[in-house]
Design a binder for this molecule. Structure first.
Ligand code: UFG
Length: 324
């Protein structure tokens, strides 16, 4: 298949491109390189452009016949979405609408969407399954939920099939070390934990240690990037026999606190992680852990990397020899 990967120069999109290429698919990456890296586009062609630029989108679809699109281009910082919601609604909702409508006018009717655990807001059950109420507590989560709703209407009205994959915490890197997680500035926990070892004198900041959790720090469900990408491949296949707008939660089903991440990273690296405790970050729920039973049942998805140490080990390898 010829797959369009919007945001294919970013962390998740680039790992997706590598996996799709290894399965024999043709790839076109569309990316504005605002947060992604040209060096991460090692599989398939790169078309530089922005989803808010209709002329660029028209040109992208001109002369290319896509079988499906995967959409990873999004602003994704919860705090930034609270201080600048306009940026998030415009980029994440209007940009996605532009893409979907261009797909429609070119007869492309299969779509895999990067959704988020942020669509659920504060959990009311220990494990979050698909029937948990979706009540986002920040504009970022709102934008992801809005797109999920748009996708349901586009299925009903236009027959555009989609799978929305609600990621919990994507982590780790390509085991071969060719690509990995690289954001500027970096906001994610595991890269910052590892950078605190590598960037001497920059201790990790722990955002809050007074949450109602077993050690006072936030608990998250970390899933290896390749397991996440595997679910996208299965989602593509799933749409062949299952038209509709589907949604699945993706996580390992096990929560780890910030201190547990630090201790595991210390064991993996053999180094001590320097840290300080800072005030909690706005919009952070205390605990987010997935129930991915539906993805296992319907997509036949089975995460291969279930040990936290193995996830951190791949990230550690990347950060020691970071190429971009
Ligand atoms: N944290 C720190 N120090 C850091 C970075 C993070 O203490 O330097 C904490 C955060 O406050 C949070 C936990 O570590 O409690 C995990 O933070 P991440 O930024 O790594 O991940 P989030 O859970 O905040 O973010 C993930 C996705 C986002 C998505 C969000 C939904 O990466 O895209 O879940 O809640 F929006």
């Amino acid at each position: 298949m010829h797959i369009l990967i919007c945001g294919g120069a970013g962390y998740i999109g680039s790992h997706m491109a590598k996996m799709l290429a290894s399965h024999g698919h043709t790839i076109t990456v569309f990316d504005n390189l605002s947060t992604g890296h040209q060096e991460a586009v090692q599989w398939g062609e790169l078309v530089c452009g922005d989803l808010l630029d209709q002329a660029a989108l028209d040109q992208l679809f001109q002369g290319r016949r896509f079988d499906a699109a995967m959409h990873f281009s999004a602003k994704s910082l919860v705090g930034e979405s609270m201080s600048d919601p306009a940026l998030y609604y415009r980029n994440n909702v209007t940009g996605t609408l532009n893409l979907l409508d261009t797909m429609r006018s070119h007869g492309v009717n299969r779509f895999v969407f990067s959704s988020s655990a942020a669509t659920f807001g504060n959990p009311i059950t220990p494990f979050i399954s698909e029937d948990h109420p979706q009540q986002p507590i920040n504009p970022y989560g709102q934008t992801k939920l809005m797109v999920e709703k748009i996708l349901r209407d586009y299925d009903t009205a236009y027959g555009l099939s989609s799978v929305s994959l609600r990621y919990f915490n994507a982590a780790g890197a390509d085991p071969e070390g060719l690509i990995g997680e690289s954001h500027l500035p970096e906001s994610h926990l595991i890269p910052n934990v590892l950078k605190s070892i590598l960037d001497h004198g920059q201790p990790l900041q722990i955002f809050g240690d007074q949450y109602e959790t077993r050690d006072g720090t936030c608990i998250r469900d970390y899933i290896h990037i390749n397991d996440l990408c595997q679910a996208h491949l299965l989602a593509l296949e799933y749409m062949t026999d299952n038209q509709g707008a589907h949604g699945f939660n993706l996580g390992n089903g096990q929560g780890f606190s910030i201190f547990e991440i630090i201790h595991t990273a210390e064991a993996v690296s053999g180094r001590t992680i320097p840290f300080t405790v800072a005030k909690p970050r706005m919009g952070d729920p205390a605990v987010l852990v997935a129930d991915s039973g539906l993805a296992r049942q319907k997509l036949l998805w089975q995460p291969a990397v279930t040990e936290l140490a193995e996830i951190i080990e791949t990230a550690w390898r990347w950060h020691q020899d970071q190429r971009f």
